[in-house]
Design a protein around this ligand. Structure first.
Ligand code: ADP
Ligand code: MG
Length: 704
């Protein structure tokens, strides 16, 4: 059902703060009401300067005794405030005539800021201030998440207005409320109504337990978190239902077909885990509902062959399959591997494997596009180029995304909506996503609740576990000796230089310098260099020498992060390992230990000038040294960093949970999961109201 279109109204230009509010998703009254404070400021008290402690944020009131403008080291306004107990210097680097007027000598002012004690007496940098007088507020002052164009005071007013107007009536049906109450009892939190909870969080009284508000354990927060998690679970369940109503071609394996032929042609036997996930996928493909499955398995667990087998099923049923990888090098490796496995089987059928990347020559590209449109290309391998507009499939039935977390949500949506082809009609292709970054259970349950997950939990036989050592940069020469020894045994070595985000140039010069250093120290060894700025042809040449075994050492920036497969490489050195994220380190380490030889990973760190590593850097390196298990790494990573990185969502703007924390709110998440199923089944209108209240126009993103 859709409402009639509203009458055309002349559009008013939005003011800058209004635009900023839109950008933050603060459009409806309910959005404003649910925009909850990050923290609170206590303006209910005035303290005396003498009692205030260094580093404390305080509110003081006193008389201005002096006002000066100094020009050294920078132009600044200095104001001395005397409250009778002590004096304090207020310092402003940016100021206007109005500042000077309010802070004129003799004026009484109320000032709030962080107090710093120092050699020259107490100071406050850029405190908030206004003329003294007026009652002290009797509630804490909320501080809202905001952006540069949106002043806190403006937002505060807007939020309080929205709060008054918004409909905060109950959406949870009685039995769901009961189950929430029971769940909260476990957390020793009484159930508050939504309106009570929201009003409380915007305007907590002066007697509040600030700690419970700040760590979000307060019953009001519990209620909000429960609501938010429920909305998310509902929207995911809905997405799953909607997908279940869609149609996809049924893809059947047949005796003596491609699938069987490929199995027989492989140079190895599948592991039990590969067989199991292969069957899970085959069971999905045979249904007329689009598969939506994540295949997760640690680096080196052998996901590619599982993908190839799925492709064989699609091709054997007369349909096309596409495989998309995040980088050109990775796409190329897949291409080489899949050609090796599949082309001998496809050739007799008159079918081809096509290849699509951004750097391709126009002539070749045109040729590939024709193969794809005609259906002669049974399998298409490539980078993002695969989802561009010009690409028209004849009958795509299976889309495979490797390293799915490296693609944005928008790209995943594009893949779904663009693909297909004339023969698919209104149907959708089956979707298989692969990832070496295992998703911890809580994340899988929340962000990926509408996704089926298959897990390869076993490495191919004959691999020896990688030994990981954490060493200080001061032992660099020992590390280089070790490289020499490995190369002397015919083994190969990766040396990874860190990405310095602020400067690709420095990044590059580091890698170049290391390359020169190692070349000098390892005479007779071919040392190669690989970085993202290199022309593709050069990259390919270097990778070719390394995978061919002629190159002993490969120095690179993080371009080798994903997918590269050179089984003879047995040593991985990561320089400035303290600058890498945990899952990134794990992925890098996974480049070795792919053959039978014992492999090692050396994490070199360079402490800051202060001589010590930061807390989280230390935790990361420790985790790496302690475990090779990708799931354990992922769990710890979630603890250290929060869920954003897993979802690749920061860049793509997908909504993360704003209030609930998956590391601590598992209890509520379990409740939300159950409640969502129950609500969709028995209270579908309430469910719809709940989702639209919480997610509004953003609900779409959760379906990607
Ligand atoms: P990932 O899961 O990281 O993508 P790959 O698919 O690249 O792993 O596989 C890693 C290596 O293991 C490849 O060289 C692949 O050919 C090999 N491999 C895969 N499955 C098996 C198996 N069952 N037995 C032996 N080697 C295997
Ligand atoms: Mg892979």
């Amino acid at each position: 059902m859709s409402d009639p279109a509203p009458p055309a109204r002349p559009r008013k230009e939005l003011s800058a703060p209004q635009k900023a509010m839109h950008k933050l998703g603060l459009v409806r009254d309910i959005d404003l009401a649910l925009h909850l404070p990050l923290r609170y400021e206590d303006e209910t008290r005035i303290v005396s300067l003498r009692e205030a402690r260094d580093g404390e944020v305080v509110q003081v009131e006193g008389t201005v005794t002096r006002q000066d403008i100094q020009h050294r080291p920078r132009r600044q306004l200095l104001v001395t405030l005397d409250d009778g107990s002590d004096t304090c210097t207020l310092r402003f680097f940016s100021f206007y005539p109005a500042h000077q007027k309010t802070l004129a000598v003799g004026a009484r002012v109320r000032v709030r800021g962080e107090l710093r004690g120092g050699f020259l007496g107490k100071t406050m940098m850029h405190p908030a201030f206004h003329a003294a007088g007026g009652d002290l507020p009797d509630a804490l002052t909320p501080v809202y998440p905001t952006s540069a164009q949106l002043p806190q005071a403006y937002l505060r007013k807007a939020v309080l207005g929205g709060l008054q107007r918004a409909d905060l009536s109950e959406t949870l049906p009685a039995p769901v409320l009961e189950s929430l109450k029971a769940s909260l009892r476990g957390l020793r939190a009484p159930l508050m109504s939504l309106r009570q909870a929201v009003e409380y969080l915007h305007r907590p009284g002066p007697d509040v337990a600030l700690a419970a508000l700040e760590d979000r354990s307060h019953p009001a927060w519990q209620r909000l978190k429960a609501e938010e998690l429920l909305a998310q679970q509902l929207s995911q369940l809905q997405a799953k239902r909607e997908r279940d109503a869609l149609r996809a071609p049924a893809l059947q394996t047949r005796n003596g077909g491609l699938h069987e032929q490929l199995l027989a042609a492989l140079p190895f036997a599948l592991t039990a885990a590969q067989r199991r996930v292969g069957e899970e996928i085959a069971r999905d493909l045979v249904r007329q509902v689009p598969m939506h499955r994540l295949l997760q398995g640690d680096v080196g667990s052998g996901k590619t062959v599982v993908a190839a087998l799925a492709a064989a099923i699609a091709i054997d049923s007369g349909w096309q399959c596409a495989l998309m990888a995040p980088t050109e090098i990775l796409a190329e490796q897949h291409f080489a591997k899949l050609i090796g496995w599949l082309e001998p089987l496809l050739e007799p059928l008159g079918l081809r494997v096509a290849w699509l990347t951004g750097s391709q020559k126009k002539k070749q590209r045109t040729e590939m596009l024709e193969l794809i449109a005609s259906g002669a290309a049974a399998l298409v391998v490539g980078t993002h180029a695969v989802i561009q507009d010009q690409v028209q499939f004849r009958n795509l039935a299976l889309a495979i995304i490797d390293e799915q977390h490296r693609f944005g949500v928008a790209q995943r949506l594009a893949l779904r909506s663009k693909m297909g082809g004339p023969e698919l009609g209104a149907g959708e292709p089956h979707l298989l996503m692969m990832s070496a970054t295992p998703i911890p259970r809580t994340l899988a349950m929340s962000y990926y609740a509408d996704l089926d997950v298959s897990t390869i939990d076993e490495l191919p036989p004959g691999r020896t576990p990688i030994v990981t050592k954490v060493v200080s940069d001061s032992r660099r020469h020992e590390v280089i000796e070790r490289i020499r020894a490995q190369v002397a045994q015919g083994r190969q070595v990766y040396w990874v230089c860190p990405l310095i985000e602020e400067s690709e140039a420095i990044d590059l010069s580091n890698a170049t310098a290391t390359h020169a250093e190692l070349s000098g120290l390892l005479p007779g060894v071919l040392v190669g260099l690989l970085h993202s700025r290199m022309p593709v042809a050069e990259k390919k040449a270097v990778m070719g020498l390394f995978s061919g075994g002629q190159m002993g050492v490969l120095v690179s920036t993080t371009v080798i992060e994903v997918g590269v497969d050179v089984p003879n490489a047995s040593l991985m050195v990561i320089e400035h390992a303290e600058r890498f994220g945990l899952s990134q380190l794990h992925q890098l380490r996974g480049r070795v230990g792919r053959g039978a030889a014992a492999s090692a990973c050396v994490l070199m760190y360079a402490p800051h000038e202060g001589g010590r590593l930061g807390e989280t850097a230390r935790e990361r390196l420790k985790a790496m040294a302690e475990t090779n298990d990708g799931f354990e790494i992922a769990r710890r990573d979630l603890e250290i960093r929060g869920p954003g990185e897993f979802l690749g969502a920061r860049q793509s703007g997908a909504p993360l949970l704003r209030f609930a924390d998956l590391a601590t709110d598992t209890h509520l998440l379990e409740w939300a999961r159950q409640a969502a199923g129950h609500m969709l089944a028995d209270h579908s209108q309430a469910a719809e109201r709940h989702v639209s209240r919480w997610l509004g126009s953003r609900a779409d993103y959760l379906k990607a």
